[in-house]
Ligand binder design. Sequence first.
Ligand code: UD1
Ligand code: CA
Length: 472
Amino acid sequence: MSSENPKSEITTLAQANARDQDSIAAVILAAGQGTRMKSKLAKVLHPVAGKPMVEYSVNAAAFAGVTNTVLVIGHQGEQVRAALGERVTYAEQPEPRGTGDAVKCAARVLRGRAAHVLVFYGDMPLLQPDTLRALVEKHRATDAILTMLTVVADDPMGFGRIVRDAKGKAVRIVEAVEATAQELALKELNPGVYCLNADWLWRNLEQLRPSPKKGEYYLTDLLEMAVKQGVVVETETIYDVSQAIGINTRVHLAKAEQLMRERIRERIMLEGVTLLDPASTFIDADVVIGQDTVILPNTHLQGRTRIGSDCRIGPNAILRDSAIGDGCTIGPSMIESSTLEDHVQLGPFCHLRPNSYLSRHVRLGNYAEVKNSRLGEGVHMGHFSYAGDADIGAHTNYSAGVITCNYDGMHKHRTVIGENVFIGSDSMLVAPLTIGDRARTGAGSVVTTDIPADSLAVGVPARVIRKLRSNQ
Ligand code: UD1
Ligand code: CA
């Protein structure tokens, strides 16, 4: 429903009366064309340290106390909606007609819903949440109408320049394309992060006029308007230029990736984790690692991976979306969407495919592959073996070359193995199959039918040749 509808006007007024005088909303701009990325993927969805860059903006807004976030989308907007879902509200900007026009598009969904509005971009993942919070705090503390972030830097990065008057008051932002040589020499830049009084913002956006050179509606013109009206304007200045990096090309993307990874490594090390060679250790943004864990070179910790304390990981390990307990040793291996309890030893050269669960004290050695299986406490699986769709009971020995034949060409079937079982080398376990506790198979058996507990089966196909004395 459009706001021309009288009913929705009434709702808006009611909301305005009920709203918290302190409430703050965020408008994150992401409707630019992003043409310089030369990509089928929307620019703000390109990952930085394993996470779509726009998520950093959304999270930073939440950290700054924002209760309602509106993402302004345009070109490739459907992709952005699909990726972020209902975490934010969307406003569409049909044509990229400038930053001022983009914020105006958010007015339709936000008017009457917040007392203050934080405006920034979805393509500046390095902006620290602390910086955003400091800006909001200054805005509140000074009762300003407009508080803007500025950054002092030697490299102007094509940013708008902040023009101050004789008293040092910020009076105007001049875009690089419209600046005089004198203005171009200014070192204080506009990173595009603002906090504004909402009522003032919505009123004054209507007064913006297209810029002479580009014909765009510049959000930056609001500064001059505020100064002319004599309302309180404040600035918050940072000197760490990396925070202001906006990603326009893949070169910027690579730079941001590198800086973000450095930041993550530094945080992880300060939390008590040893990185033997930080430069070759790649840790995604949401990874958590416990104290006194040591990460060896060329290790990639990805997605939502969580690692306990006192582990030793790598070298050459890739862990993705996996949970690792305390005291585990993981040599060169790949682990995907799997869980390891405490004191598991794994590798070298293992591959855990999704949904593998290794209980305490499991040991996996050379070229072991596990998929969608649960291994009980203390299972040993040493050499050249595969367990797929299997449940393996505690303290079972799964010898060299053992394979679950879990796929019959049409369907996958499960293999259930009891506790304290000994599967002899090179056994083929043709699923579906159940092997009882303390059973044994002879080397080279092809097991096609269930084996009861305490029995020895050998041959091709395997037959039970003897009952074993149970020592339980
Ligand atoms: C803008 C600022 C400039 C500042 C720079 C910092 C204006 C007029 N200029 O420059 O002072 O130094 O940011 O990076 O605001 N966007 C939309 N819709 C649009 C246009 C842009 O959503 O119609 C979004 C883009 O997706 C991007 C952000 O706004 O995330 C900035 O747009 P961009 O074109 O990169 O900024 P400039 O106008 O060059
Ligand atoms: Ca930009």
